[in-house]
Design a binder for this molecule. Structure first.
Ligand code: G6P
Length: 367
């Protein structure tokens, strides 16, 4: 009902706007001073000390979060990490050693493929930590440990606040493991935790002014093809931005690793093709600028997304969306916000049912 939407046209926008609180509610109870305290884990520190291999398993947007999680668990905690689609995992005969950690991500906790993958990992003697939003759901019940996201009920089919809070839990878990394994010092951890604590306010700032994103949404609502490109974490966010857009606007969109453009996709770029170029990673920024030049030379319109201060992007892109400055490993948490809002406005201005896109279900309980 209208009352439930609290004045918003659709639940999706209400849930987008709830993100600062959802993120805060997810991280705050797990930070004491600047230490990460995961009381809900029965797996103890010695388990994490000896951990050699992580399997992250999920479907849809939760899978995209997993790709960001790999970046922290592998990149910072230095534990070998694979990310699998749940529907692929058990059919590829994965190597699972006794004591490996399987991290299962699911908003609903009821996705059949994900539940089946959990059971498969368990049968192969992996330990299971799930990241779930719905309390007491099947996936939560069958896991060794659950780290709940405190997003509250999510109604819109296209996930926003559940996705964002899942990412936060992976940040916490990744840093937690990194410290136990001695890959970061207490000082480094404290600095990263401070930064993490600043994310809710930064997201709030982003959401306080979305007029420009509505203008862009109106302008591009009738395009036929969109390509989201990025490198590293930006590539994982590109996948989520692309999925958000296609699921609620029915516009064909694809995500590409920017370095792969020249191996195929660039042949699809022509006059007027929209390219959303994600460039928040400092060490990859120059490379992204060259990719933008390449697609511009073939006639593309480019919306560039960069961290505040990296104004060099204005010379290359037609439009620029800035995200607040943060440490590169956390940039995805801020970068996804304008992409959600952009997809929302395109769907809204096309006159579509933003909350209930055709053919899609909130939770898929068939394999
Ligand atoms: C469906 C939803 C997606 C979601 C996926 C996994 O396809 O439309 O938004 O990411 O299922 O759902 P889960 O509840 O396991 O996170």
């Amino acid at each position: 009902s209208a009352a439930e939407k609290e004045g918003y046209d659709f639940f999706m926008m209400k849930e987008i706007m709830e993100q600062p609180k959802a993120i805060l509610d997810t991280i705050h109870p797990r930070i004491k001073g600047n230490e990460i305290v995961l009381d809900e884990l029965s797996l103890d520190k010695s388990y994490f000390k000896g951990l050699n291999k992580v399997h992250i398993i999920a479907c849809g947007s939760a899978y995209h979060v997993g790709l960001v999680g790999k970046n922290i668990i592998e990149g910072i905690a230095r534990v070998d990490t694979q990310v699998d689609l749940a529907s692929e995992f058990r059919y590829r005969n994965p190597v699972i050693n006794d004591g490996d950690l399987a991290i299962i991500i699911s908003q609903s906790g009821e996705t059949s493929d994900t539940l089946a993958a959990l059971r498969y990992a368990k049968q192969h003697n992996a330990k299971i930590i799930s990241i779930v939003n719905v309390r007491g759901s099947s996936i939560a019940r069958e896991s060794d440990d659950v780290l709940y996201t405190n997003a509250g009920p999510e109604i819109a089919v296209a996930t926003t606040k559940a996705y964002s809070t899942q990412m936060e839990v992976l940040f916490l878990l990744g840093l937690y493991i990194a410290e136990i394994k001695g890959k970061i010092t207490q000082e480094e951890r404290a600095e990263l935790v401070d930064e993490l604590l600043s994310i809710p306010e930064k997201v709030k700032g982003q959401l306080s002014d979305i007029e420009y994103l509505e203008t862009l949404g109106k302008k591009f609502k009738d395009v036929e093809d969109v390509f989201f490109i990025g490198r590293g974490i930006d590539y994982s966010i590109a996948m989520e931005g692309s999925l958000k857009l296609k699921e609620i606007s029915y516009i064909h969109s694809e995500a590409y690793a920017a370095g792969e453009l020249k191996h195929g996709t660039i042949s699809l770029i022509e006059d007027g093709t929209l390219v959303v170029a994600l460039a928040t990673q400092d060490q990859l920024f120059e490379k992204m600028l060259s990719n933008i030049k390449e697609v511009k030379a073939r006639g593309a319109y480019v919306i560039g997304v960069a961290q505040e201060g990296n104004t060099a992007i204005e010379k290359e892109a037609d439009y620029v969306i800035y995200v607040p400055k943060t440490k590169g490993c956390f940039a995805g948490a801020l970068e996804v916000i304008p992409l959600q809002v952009f997809a929302y406005f395109i769907s809204l201005h096309k006159g579509l049912d933003v909350d209930k896109p055709r053919n899609l279900a909130k939770s898929v309980t068939v394999e």
